[in-house]
Structures are given as structure tokens and as C-alpha cells.
Design a protein around this ligand. Structure first.
Ligand SMILES: NC(=O)c1ccc[n+]([C@@H]2O[C@H](COP(=O)([O-])OP(=O)(O)OC[C@H]3O[C@@H](n4cnc5c(N)ncnc54)[C@H](OP(=O)(O)O)[C@@H]3O)[C@@H](O)[C@H]2O)c1
Length: 213
């Protein structure tokens, strides 16, 4: 499958590497400077399955596009992709901002980053996913034989199985978390992971899992 990943940082790099190496997908990173040392060294690490270009070139090359930019850059990155009609767009962003209590969510409850992304990405089918755990866990989601959980929220029922399958190829147990408006639940859930990891001493090497009886 041809995948476009917009942003080649912690999350974009981890996802591109895993999808290329575990599932054999072709990865086209859309970045502002495709020739940067950082991007070139990522391409070398992944090998021939990966290349880089502008966000518009990357998006045009793929049916599935992953947004992996910082939240403040999300709108500009989406606009720089051009026409997204008919594309599946996986939104991994969390609307983080510094507040009086340190890092927190800029928006929530009444609206989510996922819904804002849908508003900017006219004609695309947006799914909120890959935002609720650290990038290191996207590279290796299995803990002592137990798969960590990843949620997928989106309104496009016809394409949801394809997205669930793609996320599952990373090694997650994937749970359908309902419509895109449930990004309002998934973004605070991500904030809980961030808070526990960065402020409460858990560090980055743990994840949420789902247990059932
Ligand atoms: N880090 C995590 O563990 C984690 C986990 C879950 C979700 N997330 C979310 O994932 C997103 C990315 O996080 P990250 O840690 O990967 O950030 P990061 O390491 O800073 O990488 C961000 C990437 O986005 C690129 N970028 C910035 N503006 C852009 C634009 N206008 N067009 C195209 N590319 C642009 C940057 O490229 P330049 O080199 O050009 O700046 C960089 O490659 C964030 O929204 C974050 O909240 C992060």
C-alpha cells in the first residue's frame, strides 16, 4: 500500500519505519524540507521503501495520508497538501499548548483537534488514531506478549475496517472508538498518557491495554 506521512519527526518516523519494515508499505514523507539531514537520515534508515517530497506530492501519491505534525502546524500542513477529496486522513495530533499548569490541551469537550482537522481537510475522510501513546510504543506496541490498545474514531464506516487493519499491522490491539466526535474523548486520554509519562514518573515505556472478562 502507498502511504503518505506528513511530518517526519518522532511519530512520522516511527510509523513510517514500522509500516515499511513490518508490513512492506511504501512510505512517502511530506515535509517542508525533504533534503534536510534529519529526513535524509530517516530515509537511509528505512531503505528503498521510503522517499520524501512536499506535502502536496506525498498526499497526491497515496490514498491514505497520516498527519503527524505539531498541532500549531496542522492547519498549514493540511492546506499545503492541496486537494484531499476522497483521501483517508489519519489524524495523530494532540492539541497541546502550555498553560498555567504546564502542558495541557488547548481545546476539548466542545470540539476536538480531529473535528477541526476534518473541517480543514475538505472532502477527506478523517479518522482520529495513533494519538494516545508515545512514539516509542508505535514502534513496539507489544509488552511482554500483551498488545497495547489503540483506538480509531471516524465517521466513514466503509473505510473504517481498512484503517483498523492498517493500525493493527503495527502490532496494536485496535478498538473502534465510534464517530469522529469521540476524538473529544481520545485527546484527553492522550493527555492522561502524557501527564503520567512526563509528570508522574512513569516515563515513556508503558502503554494502556484493554482487558476483558
Ligand atoms: N511524540 C509522541 O510521542 C506523540 C504521540 C502521539 C501523538 N503525538 C502527536 O503527533 C504529532 C507529531 O509529534 P512529534 O513528536 O512527531 O513531533 P516532531 O518530532 O516535532 O515532528 C513534527 C514533524 O512535523 C513537521 N512539520 C512541522 N510543520 C510542518 C508543515 N507545515 N508541513 C509539513 N511538516 C511539518 C516537522 O518538520 P520540520 O523539521 O520541518 O519542522 C517534523 O518533521 C503532534 O501533534 C503530537 O501531539 C505525538
Amino acid at each position: 500500500m502507498k502511504l503518505a506521512i506528513i511530518g517526519a519527526g518522532n511519530v512520522g518516523g516511527a510509523l513510517g519505519t514500522a509500516w515499511a519494515q513490518k508490513a512492506g508499505h511504501e512510505i512517502f514523507f511530506g515535509v517542508r524540507d525533504p533534503k534536510s539531514d534529519k529526513t535524509q537520515s530517516l530515509l537511509r534508515a528505512i531503505g528503498p521503501k521510503a522517499r520524501a517530497g512536499t506535502p502536496a506530492e506525498a498526499a497526491a501519491s497515496a490514498d491514505i495520508v497520516v498527519l503527524a505534525t505539531p498541532w500549531p502546524a496542522a492547519e498549514a500542513a493540511i492546506r499545503s497538501m492541496g486537494n484531499l477529496k476522497g483521501k483517508i486522513l489519519l489524524d495523530s495530533t494532540n492539541p497541546l499548548a502550555m498553560g498555567p499548569d504546564g502542558l495541557g490541551l488547548e481545546i476539548g469537550h466542545g470540539i476536538s483537534a480531529g473535528e477541526k482537522v476534518q473541517g480543514w481537510a475538505a472532502g477527506a475522510s478523517v479518522f482520529k488514531t495513533l494519538n494516545t501513546t508515545g512514539f516509542g510504543n508505535m514502534a513496539n506496541p507489544v509488552f511482554k506478549g500483551v498488545k497495547s490498545v489503540m483506538f480509531v474514531a471516524g465517521d466513514d464506516a466503509a473505510n473504517k475496517p481498512k484503517v483498523i487493519d492498517l493500525v493493527g499491522q503495527l502490532g496494536f490491539e485496535v478498538v473502534d472508538a465510534g464517530p469522529l466526535r469521540n476524538a473529544r474523548l481520545l485527546e484527553p486520554h492522550a493527555m492522561l498518557w502524557i501527564d503520567l509519562a512526563l509528570k508522574r514518573g512513569l516515563g515513556r515505556d508503558w502503554a494502556f491495554a484493554l482487558v476483558t472478562r
